[in-house]
Design a protein around this ligand. Structure first.
Ligand code: PMP
Length: 405
């Protein structure tokens, strides 16, 4: 892997000083910073070949459409999906999950059917299913978690019945960093012929993802969490389902022909891509994937594991700090509380010290409540972070504690 000093030079924001301090950015689970090559790729679209995609016969439209479809191919290859037709562009994970919840719901769900999620989920993998259940008269079942923040497999197996129509589960918990055994979860559901959706919003950042190896039927993620532009999302769907599911948005590009009597929908993936997409964003996302692959996903995961171990050791050595979430398999996300100090107060003081962390329920309120908490402080690390930054965080936490005690 490239030297860390060189890697950090690729990210303009990491060079910036705010209030005379170089920012320590530990909010990578919320969004990641962008390498210069991604910023330039988006800039280049607007400067050199901006036009709408798939619309014109002119040269600019051809150029941009080709770059946009190349990005789709890069994404297909990155997650090892078997067909380009199974890669649908959306605006983010939330949009991707909502698309499935609507469209799968319309096609397959009847009153009394059940959808299984887990207690680890982000609101984006809870609310769309609740909305679907309300619309279709279905019921939501929840896999419980242990105090360590791991799903309880025996309970999951018991929830799987002939009423279950879909399992929707996260690959990695954004609040605790737990890695869910998604391959096993999928295999168990498939034994009963039940399709599985994996929310990969966090998994894609830290783990080498191989759709075919996981075996899932839907996989969703956001470009902004893997160093790409905001407003780009992916929905991978197994062709046999996507063919049968109705489109969830109607409009331009998702049709073959329109008359007032009858509209014929376009082929996959366009059937699910109504309207002008964020084409500069997807071209930027393609560049982000090149960048990640140049660094090497395995090297990225290994570096992040080392950072996680270092941070866990440093933080657990501080009196009054309690790490929340101790799953055996974790990514470089550390949630913690400081005894007697509200997480917002701690977060605000850390911010004044130039350290960006997230505080609160991390859009996973049912999980935080299950753990008997109001919120946590979350430091989410990625490969461009350093051991020195972790030392700065540990020192910052000590300062917070000294201010209160
Ligand atoms: N699921 C998980 C596990 C997440 O971490 C996030 C983002 N925090 C989302 C879904 C939603 O992603 P987005 O806001 O990019 O749609």
């Amino acid at each position: 892997m490239k030297d860390i000093i060189e890697i950090r030079k690729d990210f303009p924001l990491l060079q910036k000083e705010i209030g005379g301090r170089r920012i320590v950015y530990f909010d990578n689970a919320a969004t990641t910073q962008k390498p210069i090559c991604v910023i330039e790729a988006v800039d280049e679209v607007y400067r050199s070949y901006n036009a709408n995609v798939h619309r014109g016969v002119h040269v600019l439209s051809d150029m941009v459409s080709e770059a946009y479809e190349n990005a789709r191919e890069k994404i297909r290859d990155f997650i090892n999906a078997s067909k380009k037709e199974e890669i649908i562009f959306t605006s983010g994970t939330t949009a991707s999950i909502n698309a499935v919840a609507f469209s799968f719901g319309e096609r397959y769900i009847k009153p009394g059917d059940e959808i299984i999620i887990s207690n680890l989920e982000h609101h984006s993998n809870i609310v769309p299913w609740q909305m679907m259940c309300e619309r279709k008269g279905a019921r939501l079942k929840v896999i419980p978690v242990t105090d360590r923040g791991e799903i309880i497999m025996e309970k999951y197996v018991k929830l799987l019945t002939e009423k279950t129509k879909l399992v929707a589960i996260t690959q990695v918990s954004n609040a605790l960093g737990t890695i869910v055994p998604v391959k096993e979860v999928t295999a168990l559901a498939h034994q009963l012929g039940i399709p599985v959706l994996i929310d990969g919003a966090q998994g894609i950042q830290h783990c080498q993802v191989d759709i075919q190896e996981i075996g899932c039927d839907f996989y969703t993620f956001s470009g902004h969490k893997i160093y790409g532009p905001a407003g780009t999302g992916i929905l991978y769907g197994r062709e046999k389902y996507l063919e049968e599911m109705p489109p969830w948005h109607g409009g331009g590009d998702m049709i073959k022909s329109v008359s007032f009597e009858k509209t014929v929908y376009n082929d996959l993936p366009f059937k699910f891509e109504a309207g002008t997409p964020n084409y500069p964003g997807f071209i930027g996302l393609g560049r982000a994937i090149d960048y990640i692959r140049e660094l090497g996903m395995e090297d990225i995961s290994n570096r992040e594991k080392r950072l996680l171990d270092y941070a866990t050791e440093k933080l657990s050595g501080i009196d009054r700090v309690k790490i929340i979430g101790n799953a055996a398999e974790k990514v470089s996300v550390i949630s913690f509380v400081i005894e007697g100090i509200h997480q917002y107060d701690a977060g605000m003081i850390l911010d004044k010290l130039g350290i960006a962390v997230r505080t609160g329920n991390h859009c996973a309120q049912p999980l935080i409540e299950r753990l008997g908490l109001e919120g946590t402080i979350r430091a989410s690390l990625c490969f461009y972070n350093t051991e020195e930054e972790i030392d700065t965080l540990a020192e910052g936490i000590r300062k917070v504690i000294r201010m209160f005690y």
